[in-house]
Design a protein around this ligand. Structure first.
Ligand SMILES: Nc1ncnc2c1ncn2[C@@H]1O[C@H](COP(=O)(O)OP(=O)(O)O)[C@@H](O)[C@H]1O
Ligand SMILES: [Mg+2]
Length: 362
């Protein structure tokens, strides 16, 4: 299949194994049902940078202001794989996810889908590409049109992309989709307000699945939900992946949520990746001080163990995205920072097979 007919495919092997987007992590991978380590990547991101213009400042507005939202981010996702993308609010996760889906302009860098460069794709090829890459939104309360019935919400992409010839055909597909996401058949005739948060997110997932995509960016899909229903929605996403080999970029703001679903995890701080490794390596052998702080914030079920644990709290604020500091962006909050950290950006380096870290001190 040619997703992007206007371009010749380019393949990751050109860049060699010394780059994280081309690397296949074997260590600490999820179990036997995980993605094949030899499969070529489905999605590759290389040096992704997204800046937003933010007006002008200074005398007569001579200084242009720029929000440095995402800076030089590289990773790859294989077919059937879930990459967790974790970082605190404002770290650039949503911006990265939307840029990869070509819903935001890319300042620098390259995005490839099935080996084809899609960074500049436009017009009809972009419309076709959109069928293969979908978004599940963070807030199921805000993302579903309250004036549309579930049938019309889920059928909309089918109609827009010409997958259903008429309403009856669309209704049949919608009923199948609702069943797949665990909603009763009569859900189709109801409006979003009739559902709980978890059920609304199932509607959002059904809509994302309508065109049978291969890749889904799930942007904090359970953050707005009650803790009691989060696991159900995560399990649903996992079941759908087992059924149809979907790949996910699963965004979250803490490490507790992504553990169950991710094969590998990338940690983002103030627009840059600071660590990327197999799931178990992140939890058992974290290298970056920021990853350690995120891990220390996860509650442990055993109260005795929980009392013994030390929560690492870094004082200070994340850097101002309008004026990121030179050197490491974590320097102001890092207990290990020295002069080198304040002057030079630490390179994102492979410290163990598949384990990438950007830190001068670790
Ligand atoms: N459209 C935009 N224009 C200007 N700045 C933006 C825009 N979208 C996001 N930002 C800024 O980019 C940074 C990253 O935001 P975002 O990607 O939403 O982070 P996250 O999803 O990790 O919370 C934040 O500083 C945010 O204010
Ligand atoms: Mg976000």
């Amino acid at each position: 299949m040619s997703v992007v007919s206007s371009r010749e495919p380019t393949f990751a092997s050109e860049a060699g194994a010394a780059r994280p987007h081309a690397t296949v992590a074997r260590r600490g991978e999820a179990g036997a049902d995980g993605p094949s380590p030899d499969a070529p990547p489905l999605v590759e991101v290389e040096g992704l940078t997204v800046h937003f213009p933010a007006g002008r400042a200074g005398f007569w507005g001579r200084q242009r202001l720029t929000v440095h939202a995402v800076e030089d981010v590289s990773f790859a996702i294989r077919p059937g794989e879930t990459l967790g993308l974790v970082g605190e609010s404002g770290s650039g996760k949503t911006t990265a996810g939307r840029a990869i889906l070509r819903r935001l302009p890319v300042t620098r860098g390259c995005i490839r889908f099935r080996g084809a460069d899609i960074t500049e794709v436009d017009g009809e090829p972009l419309r076709i590409l959109r069928e293969h890459m979908q978004l599940v939104f963070q807030d199921p309360y805000a993302s579903l049109n309250p004036r549309m019935r579930v049938l019309d919400i889920v059928a909309e992409p089918l109609i827009v992309h010409g997958r259903a010839r008429n309403r009856d055909e669309a209704a049949d597909i919608v009923h199948d989709l609702l069943e797949r996401v665990g909603l009763p058949a009569d859900a189709a005739q109801r409006y979003p307000h009739a559902f709980s948060g978890g059920q609304r997110q199932r509607v959002g997932i059904a809509r994302a699945l309508a065109l049978n995509p291969e890749f889904i960016v799930a942007d904090e899909p359970v953050s707005a939900l009650d803790v009691s229903v989060r696991a159900q929605v995560v399990n649903l996403l996992q079941d759908l992946q087992r059924e149809s080999g979907l790949s996910y970029l699963f965004i979250a703001h803490d490490l507790a949520v992504v553990r169950h679903i991710s094969h590998r995890i990338a940690i983002m701080y103030a627009g840059r990746l600071v660590e990327l490794a197999g799931r178990d390596a992140i939890y058992d052998d974290p290298r970056h001080p920021y990853t350690e702080a995120l891990l220390s914030a996860i509650p442990v079920p055993d109260p005795a163990v929980q009392r013994q644990r030390r929560r690492i709290v870094h004082t200070g604020e994340p850097p101002d995205p309008l004026h990121p500091p030179p050197g490491c962006r974590f320097q102001a909050r890092c207990p290990l920072a020295d002069a080198q950290c304040r002057e030079a950006v630490p390179p994102f380096e492979q410290r163990a097979p598949g384990h990438w870290v950007a830190c001068w001190r670790r």
